[in-house]
Design a protein around this ligand. Structure first.
Ligand SMILES: Cc1cc2nc3c(=O)[nH]c(=O)nc-3n(C[C@H](O)[C@H](O)[C@H](O)COP(=O)(O)OP(=O)(O)OC[C@H]3O[C@@H](n4cnc5c(N)ncnc54)[C@H](O)[C@@H]3O)c2cc1C
Length: 263
């Protein structure tokens, strides 16, 4: 993970195996996979931007039964000792929606081209594939009665929409999501008092530039602020810098996380 101040809260559940039971393209840059399985009966449902390590198969021999239950430093070191030919690739994803009764969980993947593993794999609509999930908890810590400020790019769309969905209904503030194409915008279930603005990336602009511009244009904040900034690394750190240096928001009130790094 790139720069971040979010704390991981490991769950007791350990590695959860599930199967891809539905796969569909949502919009120009998004695919939604639904994963399901009995093991999800014990899933610690936290809502907001809850995220997890996703173990993605790389071939038919990929094994999920020898992963460490806790993906901390020792879990990662154990992972590195596993034979490359049978170990999965591990990436980070957000719970888009969890349906406990059906033991189903939706994941919205940015399909960002041919590079990498998880994006292209999701883009192949891999119905029937086995995956494994290791819960990592939430990054956003809501400060009661503070003004909410949420900023992200498309990789943080699931996190921002999850936070909006689960905020107290009396919450107020602003959310900005930058997407490659406005057709990638999704309906939100945020409180009436939180204004969500979708901004489109200009074709020749750096990822995050439009979101940072929209953040700078927000009206002055009144009172305490509870902020979350995630997405491409420079967007997450740039948003934090603006909030702390230019707006005087205490560092402790800005949860930020670089979700990926542009190369
Ligand atoms: C806490 C957390 C939650 C996350 N939740 C989600 C989520 O719900 N949905 C989601 O889509 N992503 C999410 N991400 C981001 C995701 O983990 C990364 O995008 C990851 O790099 C994708 O893996 P990959 O195998 O496709 O590409 P990688 O092998 O990691 O990278 C290959 C190449 O693709 C580029 N790349 C990677 N991601 C993107 C991108 N999003 N856009 C453009 N280029 C990219 C890299 O710069 C690199 O050049 C989350 C990240 C974190 C830390």
């Amino acid at each position: 993970m790139a720069s971040s101040n979010i704390a991981v809260t490991h769950s007791e559940l350990g590695v959860v195996q599930a199967e891809v039971t539905a796969a569909r393209r949502l919009s120009p840059h998004f695919v939604r996979l639904t994963v399901a399985g009995e093991a999800l009966a014990g899933w610690r449902h936290l809502g907001f931007d809850q995220w997890f390590r996703l173990a993605v198969p790389t071939n038919d021999d990929t094994r999920f039964d020898n992963l460490a239950d806790t993906f901390n430093m020792s879990g990662y070191l154990k992972y590195l000792t596993l034979p490359k030919s049978t170990r999965p690739v591990i990436r980070n994803y957000t719970v888009r929606e969890f349906r406990p009764d059906a033991r189903e969980l939706d994941i919205d993947f940015v399909v960002h081209g041919e590079d990498g593993v998880a994006g292209p794999w999701a883009g192949s609509l891999p119905l029937g594939a086995t995956v494994a999930l290791i819960d990592q908890g939430c990054g956003y810590r809501h400060v009661e009665s503070a003004e909410v400020v949420l900023v992200g790019d498309e990789s943080a769309l699931p996190a921002v929409l999850g936070i909006l969905r689960d905020l107290p209904r009396e919450a107020r503030g602003h959310a900005v999501v930058e997407v490659p194409d406005l057709a990638d915008a999704q309906p939100d279930e945020g409180p009436d008092g939180v204004e969500l603005r979708w901004v489109a990336r200009r074709p020749d602009a750096a990822v995050g530039a439009a979101a940072l511009e929209a953040l700078r244009e927000l009206p002055p904040f009144v009172g305490a602020v509870s902020a979350f900034a995630a997405g491409e690394s420079k967007l997450a750190t740039g948003a934090r810098r603006h909030l702390v240096n230019d707006r005087g928001v205490p560092k402790a009130n800005v949860d930020f996380c670089g979700y990926w790094r542009a190369r």
